[in-house]
Structure formats: structure tokens, C-alpha cells
Write a protein that binds this ligand. Sequence first.
Ligand code: HEM
Ligand code: HEM
Ligand SMILES: [Fe+2]
Length: 483
Amino acid sequence: MLASIKTNHLTNEGQKLGMMYFRVAIILFGAQLLLGLVAAIQFLAPGFLFEIIDFSVARMVHINALVVWMLYAMIGASYWMLTDETEHDGVHIGLGKLAFWILTAAVTVVVLVYLIVQVGAGTEASIWLIHEGREYIEAPRWADIGIVVVVLIFYWNMFATYMKGKQTGIMTVMIADLLALAGLYLTGMFFTDNISMDQFWWWWVIHLWVEATWEVFVGVLAAYALIKLIGAKREIVEMWLWIEVLMLFGSGVLGLGHHYFWIGTPEYWWEIGALFSALEPVPLVAMFVHVLYDWGKQQGAAKERGEAGSVIVNGPAMTWIVLNAFGNFLGAGIWGFFHTLPQVNIYTHGTQFTAAHGHLSFFGAYATILIGMIYIGVQGAYGVKRMKATFNSKMGVFLTAFGVMGMTIALTIAGYEQVLVERAELGATWNAFFVAQELPWYIQGQLWRAIMGVVTLAGFIYLTVDLLTIGKKAQADEAAQAA
Ligand code: HEM
Ligand code: HEM
Ligand SMILES: [Fe+2]
């Protein structure tokens, strides 16, 4: 991937910029995992790195890096697809490149401040210069404003190119979705000292991102990738996409109510949240069926033509995208549904069960398909027609997925113990919280999570090595075949 800077076969500036975003995404993904491991070890040995990188700091960097690398990969995928779908070279891409460097410099400064300065006095200055303390989107105010400017440039690139180029269904959904996605960021930017009000708006960003706008974005990516990778018919994938968009927004928007059960909002949210969030797994099933159905159909068609092998032009990308169909359904659909009814959530709220769901859903629904898009980018950058999975690709996908699944199971067991002992038996008192954390099921759960975290990191190392080398290997294979 790094070599793709020099031996770039891309003539298209939009796709070059997409690759720049992909590279930073992978670096931040690595940082996310390292800080996650620090936090995981602190569950077992609370003194680990005490007063150097405290748990609160490690956790903050872990989940902020998560959100930022995913946004980078999404912007990268958008630039990648833009010029391909619209058949237009892109409007003002040079400005987009400048925005990339500004954003990347700002992200670097923010991360360094998180790690070095860490906390400040309870004053306005801390909100402006250190961090805002809103989980997942903690960037200080100066960076918030910078992000808005950069995103406006990005959106201008998207919108103006779309208006000038070919307007496919896939691009239309993307342009509309990006506007909603970017606009929602604004709801997490203002300050209020009323904690209920703060949480009310903060969930607009977090929930309406991951359960509405980001999911629609994944639908767009899956539609595009299926056309590119297996030659799926555009009419069919676009039809699926419109159905998915309808269902995702139909359930996801009011599904927001499942975060309004206990934060001081009116009680009617119990019914609204229960009903609409319980419907959320439906579109996730549709997305699952969509990917597997198109794939199966394409395989059948290949067999009919007497082709022995598959028709997949990018093995690792397809693997990650099929994994996305499973992961999205399991992590968001199943693990989400488990705790979404208020009758259940009153026991599970804020336990390790929530963390189990958070890990499997973010990984299954987003990490997977974004990694798939990065593989598509690498294939394009090296200009190869066919890219087969290597040993590293297989180890990368297997160990990462196995590790995250392992962490999820370990956390689910720890969460189950909290529900039974802390919540049901001891009545959710302050003391009960600590008692439950001393019990063997909880401690063993945390131990297994740390072990599976190391497995995940090993998978990530294979993945990175693969991204850096697979393009060259595919080029060599192609040259050998031509000779
Ligand atoms: C890909 C989509 C999804 C992602 C990335 C995701 C991620 C998360 C994360 C990270 C949290 C914890 C937030 C916190 O720090 O407090 C959370 C909470 C929650 N999620 Fe999801 N989620 C997704 C989809 C769903 C779906 C489809 C459902 C329901 C069917 C659901 C139900 C819930 C509930 C009820 C909570 C609150 C847990 C609590 O009370 O502690 N999620 N989600
Ligand atoms: C090396 C592997 C990893 C380790 C050791 C790890 C560890 C941790 C730890 C210790 C926390 C804090 C939990 C708490 O406050 O109780 C956490 C939170 C979180 N991690 Fe990870 N993590 C890893 C990988 C990942 C991956 C791959 C993802 C998603 C793609 C992810 C997403 C999250 C999320 C969303 C939260 C917040 C959950 C919540 O508040 O409910 N982590 N992680
Ligand atoms: Fe939600």
C-alpha cells in the first residue's frame, strides 16, 4: 500500500486522494488496538501504566481512534467511488487534498494532547483546547470547527462532481446520506450543563450515525462492491439499496428511543424505543440476504458457463464483504436485539454486555466492509485485474474475526454475571457494582478478552503486511501469466 504512492497506476486524482485517506485509517486502526489492549490489561492489573496512561485516557483514545479511522476510511471510499461512479475527474480535488492534510495534522495534534495533556481544569478553556468529554467524539472545540470546515470541502467535492457527472442510484443515495451524516455532527457540538439534555443530543450523533446514516453508507458500499467484485447487475443491487434505505431509516430513526429509557426523558420513549429498535434487525437481515443471494447467483452463473473457479476479481475484498453481512447481522442485529427492550435493558444497561455488543457491531458492521474497500483501493492502485487471497490475507481475516468474536463472547459472559449478581441479586447498589467485579466469572471474562485482544492484534499485523505486499504479488503473478 505504501509502495502504491510511488508505483501508483492511478491517473485519477480522486482515487489517489482516497488512497491517502485509507493509509491514515490503517494507522489509526493500529493505534486503536494498542490502546484497547492497555485498557484491557488495566481491568486485570489496575496499576498498569497508572498516572502515565490511566484507564480513562486509554479508553478515550481507543474509542475516538475507532470513530476517526472509520470516518477516514469512509471518506476514502467516497473519493474512490466518486470518480468511478460519476465518470468525472472530480471538481476541486486539489482543495480536497489540502483539506486532507489539514485534517490529518489536526488529528495528530488532538491525539498528542489526549496522550500528553490528558485532563484540564473544569473550565471553558479545557473544552476548547483539551477535549469535550463526549464519549466517542471528544475532539476539543477548535478541532470540531476545523472538522466542519474540512467536511464542507469534502462535501463540496462530492456534490459538485455528482452534479456534473453521471448520476447513478448508488451515488444519489450516497450524496443524500453524506449530508445527513455530516449534519448530525453539529448536534454534538454545543455545550449545556444539563446532563439529560447533553445526553439527548449526544445520542443523535452516536445512534443516528451507527444505526441510520452509517448503515445506509454500508448499503451503498455493498452495492458498489458487489458490482465491482462479482459483476452483480446494477438494476438489482440498486433496487435492494432503495429497500434497505427505506427500512433502515424507518426503524433506525425512532429506534433512537432505546437510549432514552433512563436519562431523564419522558416515559413514552419506552414504547417508542422498544417498538422501533426491535424492528432494526429486519433491514440487517435484508442486507445479509442481499449479499449472499447476489454472490450465490453469480457463482451459479459462472458454473453454468463452465468456469471452474469463482468469478470474484478480488478475493480478500469479497471475503471481508461477506463477513460484513454476517457481522452486521450478528453484532448489530442479534447482540443489539438482546438488550433493546426496556424490560431487559433495565438489567443490562451499562454492563459488559453493552461492551460486547459495541465490539461485535462496530467490527462486524463497519470495520469489515471498510477493510474490503481498502483492498479494492489497493487492487486499483496496482492496476491488477485479479487479486487472489494470500496466506497473509487469510491469516489477517481469520485472526481478526476470531479475536473479536472471542472478545465478544468473553464480555458477554462477564456481562451476564453482572446482570445476575450486581443487578438481580444485589439490587444494583454502589457496593454491588464492586462485589460483582471481584467474582471469578467476571475476572475470567476479562482475562479471555485480553487474550483474544492479542489474537485480534496479531490478525491486524497480518492484515497490514498483506495490504503492503499483496498488490506487488498480484502484479508479479499477472506478469508471469502473460509471459
Ligand atoms: C452497526 C450498528 C450498531 C453499532 C455500531 C452499535 C454500537 C453500540 C455501542 C458502541 C453502544 C454503547 C454506547 C455507549 O457507550 O453507551 C451501543 C448501545 C446500545 N445498542 Fe447498539 N449498535 C448498533 C446497532 C444496534 C441495534 C440494531 C440495536 C437494537 C436492535 C442496538 C441496541 C443497543 C442498545 C439497546 C444500546 C444501549 C445499551 C445500554 O443500555 O447499555 N444497537 N450500541
Ligand atoms: C486489541 C483488541 C481490543 C481490545 C483489547 C479492546 C479493549 C477495550 C476496552 C478495555 C474497552 C473499555 C470497556 C469498558 O469501558 O468497560 C473497550 C471499549 C470499546 N471498544 Fe475495544 N478493544 C479492542 C478492539 C476493538 C475493536 C476491533 C473494536 C471495533 C471495531 C472496538 C470497539 C470498542 C467500543 C465501541 C468500545 C466502547 C464500548 C462501550 O462503551 O460499550 N474495540 N475496548
Ligand atoms: Fe442505538
